[in-house]
Design a protein around this ligand. Structure first.
Ligand SMILES: [Zn+2]
Ligand SMILES: [Zn+2]
Length: 291
């Protein structure tokens, strides 16, 4: 079979075996290893639902998101050590959005390392609104220290990280773009992480209304997905593993990131998500589902 006819490994897969409250008692059954996702990026979440990415900048570490919940933090901490890094070397946490399943361990990681905690201004408003929530999900307290500015990339060590506000899943979802070069081969990869691709029920009109968000947020999400899908991305990071069918593709050699180099994955997943939101608004998008 040649490369052109090989089935695609990475695609939007429906959530399955997700770690929810009913499976919380057996979260160890959802444990996954630490694995390398790009030359200087390791996936250290430790469970099969929500990702945590560790970037080794050469001048301290950056984390994207902080893990699903306090109960599985031991897995994340263990995977950080397994990746060859010291959690006390984390300098910055970049949160994709304010939701509990991405921010749960920001506070303890800050206590451990003294790191900065970054979020968008838009989602800090949401974070403050929901800071006291205990049901259905408890928002673990954390304090934001810095806000993204899409016109000012963050430079740290080997990385220059560009941000882009991508409202939809929440008003302040942030996506990240950077290049990563393999020291051994000299090959440079364009790497991207979309911060919020969960659309159902978030982008249904009744959900948007309930949260007090304008319906326009769903339409902007669609436009942004199609625009961003055109960017050349070699390695698409997935904040929930199902969003690019990651878990079945973790290689036996967890140091071999080459399996994740797939230039179609980013565009495919974003167009899939835009199409899924269109189905919620058939009057606006009569062509949806028939394309
Ligand atoms: Zn979310
Ligand atoms: Zn999430």
């Amino acid at each position: 079979m040649n490369a052109a006819s090989a089935p695609k490994k990475f695609f939007y897969a429906q959530p399955a075996g997700r770690l929810d409250n009913s499976s919380m008692a057996v979260h160890w059954e959802h444990a996954i290893p630490c694995f390398r996702n790009a030359p200087h990026v390791w996936n250290v979440g430790g469970q099969d639902n929500v990702a945590v990415f560790l970037l080794d900048t050469g001048d301290g570490c950056i984390l994207f998101d902080t893990g699903l919940n306090p109960e599985t933090f031991y897995l994340t901490l263990d995977r950080i050590w397994q990746s060859g890094h010291d959690p006390r070397d984390i300098r910055k946490i970049f949160l994709t959005h304010w939701h509990w399943d991405h921010t749960a361990n920001a506070r303890v990681l800050h206590e451990l390392s003294g790191c900065e905690i970054w979020l968008s201004r838009e989602d800090e408003i949401e974070h403050q609104k929901h800071a006291g929530d205990t049901s259905p999900f408890r928002v673990t307290p954390y304090a934001v220290t810095d806000f993204y500015d899409d016109d000012r990339p963050v430079r740290m060590g080997r990385f220059t990280i560009r941000t882009r506000l991508c409202p939809g899943h929440t008003p302040g979802v942030t996506s990240f773009f950077f290049d990563d070069t393999d020291d051994a081969t000299g090959q440079t990869y364009h790497v991207a992480l979309h911060g919020g691709l969960g659309v159902d029920p978030m982008m249904r009109s009744e959900t948007l209304r309930r949260y007090g968000y304008p319906e326009e947020m769903a339409h902007r999400f669609i436009r942004d997905c199609y625009e961003l899908a055109e960017l050349p991305v070699d390695i698409a990071l997935a904040s929930h593993y199902n969003q690019a069918n990651i878990v079945p593709n973790i290689p036996a050699d967890t140091n071999d990131y080459s399996v994740f180099v797939a230039d179609y994955a980013w565009g495919d997943v974003l167009r899939n998500r835009a199409g899924a939101v269109k189905l919620f608004y058939p009057e606006t998008y009569p062509e949806a589902g028939k394309e």
